[in-house]
Write a protein that binds this ligand. Sequence first.
Ligand SMILES: NC(=O)c1ccc[n+]([C@@H]2O[C@H](COP(=O)([O-])OP(=O)(O)OC[C@H]3O[C@@H](n4cnc5c(N)ncnc54)[C@H](O)[C@@H]3O)[C@@H](O)[C@H]2O)c1
Length: 389
Amino acid sequence: MKTHRIGVIGLGQRIAHVLAAMKEVGWSLDIAGYADPAPVGAPILKDHDIAMGKAYADAAALLKDGPFDLVMIGSPNHLHYEHLLAAFAAGYPIFAEKPIVRTEEESFALARHLTDKKTPPLYIGLVMRSMPIVRAVIQHVDEGKLGDIVSMDATEHLHPEHGGYLARNWRRRQEWGGSYFLDKVCHDFDIFNRLMGSRAARVASFGSRRIFHPERTNVRGAYDNGQPTYALRDAGWGAANDAFHSDMDVTDHQTALVEYANGAQLSFHSNTHVSLQERRWYIAGTEGTLLADLVRNKLMFRSAFSTGKPERMEWNERTDDNHNGADQAMARDLLATLDKGAAFPVTPYDSLEAGLVVMAIDRAMETKQVVDCAPLWADYDRARDKALK
Ligand SMILES: NC(=O)c1ccc[n+]([C@@H]2O[C@H](COP(=O)([O-])OP(=O)(O)OC[C@H]3O[C@@H](n4cnc5c(N)ncnc54)[C@H](O)[C@@H]3O)[C@@H](O)[C@H]2O)c1
């Protein structure tokens, strides 16, 4: 088994979990070093008996010390673009966390870079692409079992502790995270793009902050078992102390409507403070209906013309992060890509397009208008075409 020499930029909780999953599925890891002013992921690596390697002053110093088999980027979202450019210049294969970048301008600029032949391979951690249940949903749609997708509704609802973490962590600020939707549900919108096979044409959205805000009275300090509320996880880099009294400027709940160019419609509902967690997709096609419960890892499908019981699929792997084995599956996908040349399940362009849909949704929310996405796609296509010339 080849040992992979790895350099890490932004050794936070996420990259530490990905590295732990890589080790778990059999990678031979040599973490040469990391660039991170205060690596939040250090205790996670220690728990998994993974040595962190050498501390470098910054990304440039680390990248000078190659060669690397893989450079992993897990910094906060506002640094992705800068760190990607630095890693492109170094020339080693890159695994970078989602969202690929934070703004429309960065998306167009990156689209231009990516079509440059000198850009090294880039794999984005849109981990849902590797989830067995998501693969089964995609397969059902690709096999034509649903016919044409007519409409779909989807949710992602988070436990209050998760919401409280988002309200204290760097994700609470647009300047760092982008938006609540960009950071949290660009995964889902990537899969929706894939399922619909068509670009978003018009989007609308409503959202606000009615949960984690300073005017809330009677905020509960403890659960009924005595455990303190909104304090479970270390909020890490750029953290605020209090989920209710921070400088948060992103939404804590949001809804969106999307009409795709092929006429298919999507409604999406997300809330960061629920006691019944849910990540669920209900997809209605001309030939059949599919329900995927991504928290419980169960899928149900029935043909529109079947009078029998629905087809049911269930995956036993359930983990507290609700990734349900996806990190391990992605670690296997990445190894197969690097060592055997297998195709990685998601491309950088897919990642850019997922981000752009979410950015249009956020613009619709901010401007209280239905946003016509045609100009956005024209700018994006121009960025790609320009780079190809
Ligand atoms: N795919 C997923 O399911 C998933 C899940 C969680 C997070 N993420 C993504 O992973 C990334 C990191 O999120 P996280 O939860 O690990 O956050 P985190 O706060 O735990 O980690 C971020 C790390 O970046 C470091 N950092 C800050 N400034 C830096 C700089 N200038 N150079 C290098 N490092 C710097 C911080 O010190 C911290 O250790 C984000 O892009 C996030 O969206 C993806």
